[in-house]
Design a protein around this ligand. Structure first.
Ligand SMILES: Nc1nc2c(c(=O)[nH]1)N[C@H]1C(S)=C(S)[C@@H](COP(=O)(O)OP(=O)(O)OC[C@H]3O[C@@H](n4cnc5c(=O)[nH]c(N)nc54)[C@H](O)[C@@H]3O)O[C@H]1N2
Ligand SMILES: Nc1nc2c(c(=O)[nH]1)N[C@H]1C(S)=C(S)[C@@H](COP(=O)(O)OP(=O)(O)OC[C@H]3O[C@@H](n4cnc5c(=O)[nH]c(N)nc54)[C@H](O)[C@@H]3O)O[C@H]1N2
Ligand SMILES: [Mo]
Length: 822
């Protein structure tokens, strides 16, 4: 076992500086070998291994990879982290956010007491006063207007036990249909793609598919920055014998694109054209007869329609639409079509782009028509983004029905009501659950009068912020967070939460691995775990089940987990073989389904060609991919009577906001390696904040030359919604496209005052199938405002690398830059 002990990591670009070297040292391995272990460690300044009193088991909450780690505790505080070498997910590795980001837990400006609005200002108060306000407002609204006046908007960052409890309170005790998560902005299209193809959510693949694959295709997924440990695994395969070929579909020159350019293929389509490109790739696979007809006949329905649809989409046609060479499309199709073991991953370049679900489904089709499913190396990862988003979906806190049950199936509703011991009629199921974009519309119209926001910062992360600010001003707003965020500033009641490291619970990553996260330290001040806050609300509301017992019937994380596990019996996400004790005792996380039949969990789904898609069992009857219109039971039964996988075709349609003379650029937004979302944690972490201190805009060399824009110039970027100012990074993005990171909130500017949030620019528009907003398809213009005073504040280590000379490389924070500010 190798130890990459990044003791302080604060100075210069030494070998252990994981800001300068985000993926650390290579540990090469070959196909079918086990990924070698490497233990990454970071301890606070002045703390040595001997000073650590306890190591407490957990996993990362700053992305969806689920990297297992131990928290170092000394003097009642978190003082560092260490990767868990024995875990199947990361084999000891940690990314830069994981190594450094825990420091935000200890930030002096954590929320320590509840706040209530008095005379227009937020003032500190006690829990009784704050909760009494929430309870009395809820009661008033329930009496006067019924459950539909109450809305919940939650997260992909709480724990499984918390989501299950929130779902039980919202859908069960209160009976509102208005509950969703920020997972709607994140991976609703992943869930939709799985439901369209397999009639049920749940990832078929496994991270160990990386160990076996000979081709790895990443569609709109900058894994190098957003799942940096998964990328390390791929880099280690690339450094070993018989490396896989990489196919990358991304308009930016990400590290993934760079890896694809040697031996694989990088396609850089115009944003919003994924369906055209996918259809052309499928066209080539079918035209060259790289199809596993036996698999198609045995395990799928819908092939004839797919074949006829993509027959109309030759590479030359897609080349015009996507503006990529037809030759490159042919080359990519050849790599994909001649693969022996193909692993595909899909993320926001598809899910937040035009025709999101339709494009994601075509990736599933690519695998099904080649029979590349359920075998080592043949995996589909319709990726999650947030660490615990899988659980939001499983538990139903995003509006899905708990346990991947089907809202349109009366027997499923009755079954859930039996587990909750409630009357089935109390659980609203006459119409589909309200999606987040519609919840905010209802708030705007006043029909939702109380909105309870937990673990998300919509005042920065929702599209079209000028509108969102006025929407959030309308309802009685409850915000449950760990910091006074831009959203909390607008609240009527602010509830201080305990977070990761300060509470116990479980979460599940994208390859279905369940980890337990134990409490390591006390939360600051009077902050309480989200679970305790939800249960306290339920007790004060005096919710009761059919037997007159307090509802929910559970009272802590362990009893919540047990209730959840019991409710998943016979469901695809079967947790009946798991418990806190089992997870605490196991050396590694465990993949669901885990039950009597599979006591050690299940590596891959669907290897036996059996799907959860029988009409009586499935989670969803599906939708039309282009219009989003739902199918009913009769239509679904006619389409798929025998529980097969479904091949669904989609016609390409042009994006809704065309590129025009006034707005000649396609604008995309997204992430950088060093920050997480709205930076409530990473902005308070010295090493991470110093690596990417302020917003920038990426532009290609040719476009910059035409516009007279130089590296570091202040530019104004505008769309029909608004404008921001940002320093220009002349980088590796394709011509005609601009990229702005969305991490930087609107008021706290580090230098001159100006709007800087990407979401000032993004449109209120969403995918018809998944209802996920389109953060990656808009028309924009860019103009130069003033000359550079230095290079743009963009990292040089990954996709935002400069193409001009003279930009100093990003390295670890120095003593002077340690004072982080947001
Ligand atoms: N460092 C870091 N890691 C994170 C997060 C974070 O904030 N920071 N957040 C986590 C979360 S919640 C998520 S959802 C994931 C997101 O992870 P990713 O999806 O990997 O990240 P993004 O930067 O949003 O978008 C990925 C890529 O999509 C490309 N793209 C844009 N438009 C299109 C298009 O039309 N077609 C194609 N093919 N590509 C396009 C962009 O150029 C970008 O490189 O990351 C997770 N991990
Ligand atoms: N323009 C643009 N916009 C985007 C995206 C994009 O690519 N481009 N991506 C979208 C995506 S994929 C996502 S996931 C969203 C993310 O958007 P948000 O969810 O708004 O982003 P975060 O900053 O992660 O907000 C999480 C909040 O939870 C708080 N928190 C952390 N831990 C806990 C806890 O244990 N309990 C409680 N109660 N609170 C906690 C944090 O302090 C923070 O305020 O943004 C979306 N918006
Ligand atoms: Mo996300």
């Amino acid at each position: 076992m190798r130890v990459d002990a990044t003791s302080a990591g604060l100075s210069g670009t030494s070998g252990s500086d994981r800001i300068a070297r985000p993926w650390g040292d290579r540990t090469p391995y070959g196909p079918g070998d086990e990924w070698p272990a490497r233990t990454d460690v970071f301890l606070a300044d002045g703390i040595g291994a001997d000073d650590v009193e306890r190591w407490v088991r957990t996993a990362s909450v700053l992305h969806s990879n689920g990297d297992a780690m131990d928290i170092a505790v000394a003097g009642g505080r978190i003082v560092g982290v260490r990767g868990r070498a024995e875990d199947r997910v990361n084999r000891g590795r940690l990314g830069p956010k994981d190594l450094y980001g825990w420091q935000a837990n200890n930030s002096p400006d954590r929320l320590r007491r509840p706040l209530v609005r008095e005379g227009g200002r937020l003032v500190e108060t006690d829990w009784d006063t704050a909760m009494a306000r929430v309870v009395s407002r809820t009661r008033e609204l329930l009496d006067a207007r019924g459950p539909s006046a109450i809305g919940f908007y939650t997260s992909g960052q709480l724990f499984l036990e918390e989501y299950y409890t929130l779902a039980a309170i919202g859908h069960g005790a209160i009976g509102t249909n208005h509950m969703d998560g920020n997972t709607r902005l994140c991976t609703a299209s992943a869930a939709a793609a799985l439901k369209e193809t397999f009639a049920c959510d749940g990832q078929p693949g496994s991270y160990t598919d990386v160990d076996h694959a000979d081709v790895i295709a990443l569609f709109g997924h900058n894994a190098a920055e957003t799942q940096s440990v998964l990328w390390s695994r791929i880099l280690d395969r690339l450094a070993g014998p018989q490396p896989p070929r990489i196919v990358c579909v991304d308009p930016r020159g990400t590290p993934v694109a760079q890896a694809a350019r040697s031996g694989g293929v990088h396609l850089a389509p115009l944003p919003g054209t994924n369906v055209a490109l996918m259809n052309a790739l499928l066209h080539q696979i079918i035209a060259n007869d790289w199809v596993d007809q036996e698999y198609v006949d045995a395990h799928t329905v819908g092939y004839a329609e797919l074949r006829d649809r993509v027959a109309q989409c030759p590479p030359e046609w897609a080349a015009q639409v996507c503006r990529v060479p037809a030759e490159d499309i042919r080359a990519a199709a050849r790599v994909l079509g001649t693969a022996e073991r193909l692993l595909s991953t899909v993320l926001q370049g598809v899910y937040q782009s035009h025709q999101a679900s339709a494009a994601a489904v075509q990736v599933n089709n690519l695998h099904l028509i080649q029979g590349m499913l359920g075998r080592p190396g043949c995996g589909i990862l319709q990726m999650n983004g947030q660490p615990t988003a899988q659980n939001t979906r499983e538990c139903g806190a995003d509006g899905d029905m708990s346990g991947f049950r089907n809202w349109s199936n009366g027997a499923h509703v009755t079954d859930l009501a039996r587990h909750w011991n409630l009357d089935p009629f109390q659980i609203p199921h006459m119409s589909p659950p309200t999606h987040a974009m519609q919840i905010f519309r209802n708030v705007e119209q006043g029909t939702i009068a109380l909105l309870w926001v937990s673990g998300t910062n919509p005042a920065v992360s929702l599209p079209e912020l000028p509108r969102i600010r006025s929407v959030l001003a309308r309802p009685f707003l409850v915000v449950q967070d760990i910091f006074l965020t831009e959203t909390a500033e607008l609240a009527d009641v602010v509830l201080p939460a305990a977070t990761w490291g300060e509470k116990t619970g479980c979460f599940t990553n994208v390859d279905r691995t369940v980890h337990l996260s134990d409490k390591a330290v006390e939360p600051p001040g009077e902050a309480r775990p989200d679970l305790d806050i939800f249960l306290d609300f339920a007790r004060r509301m005096d919710f009761r089940d059919r037997g007159g017992l307090p509802f929910p019937q559970w009272h802590d994380a362990e009893s919540a987990f047990d209730a959840w596990a019991a409710s998943t019996e016979t469901r695809p996400c079967d947790y009946t073989g798991l418990s806190h004790a089992r997870l605490r005792a196991a050396p590694s996380g465990i993949q669901w389904p885990c039950n009597a039949e599979h006591p050690d969990g299940t590596e891959r789904l669907y290897g036996d060609g059996r799907f959860f898609s029988h009409p009586d069992e499935c989670e969803s009857y599906g939708r039309d991919l282009v219009t989003g219109a739902p199918l009913d039971l009769t239509e679904y039964r006619a389409l798929n009577p025998d529980a097969k996988a479904i091949l669904k075709a989609a016609e390409y349609l042009p994006p809704h906001e065309p590129i025009v003379d006034e707005y000649p650029f396609a604008l995309i937004t997204g992430r950088t390696l060093y920050h997480f979302h709205t930076r409530t944690k990473t902005g308070r972490t010295p090493q991470l904040q110093a690596a990417a201190p302020d917003v920038w805009v990426e532009c290609s060399r040719a476009d910059a030359a035409r516009l007279g824009l130089d590296e570091g110039d202040l530019a104004e970027v505008s769309t029909a919604r608004g404008s921001i100012r940002a320093r220009a990074r002349i980088g590796g993005i394709r011509d005609g496209v601009l990229f702005v990171p969305f991490h930087y909130g609107y008021w706290d500017t580090t230098d001159d005052a100006h709007d800087r949030a990407a979401n000032e620019l993004t449109p209120t528009d969403w995918d018809p199938v998944s209802k996920q907003p389109l953060f990656k398809t808009a028309a924009a213009r860019i103009t130069r405002v003033s000359p550079a005073t230095g290079p743009a504040p963009a990292p040089t280590t990954a996709a935002s690398y400069p193409v001009t000379a003279g930009v100093p490389p990003t390295a670890g924070a120095t003593a002077e830059t340690r004072g982080a500010r947001r």
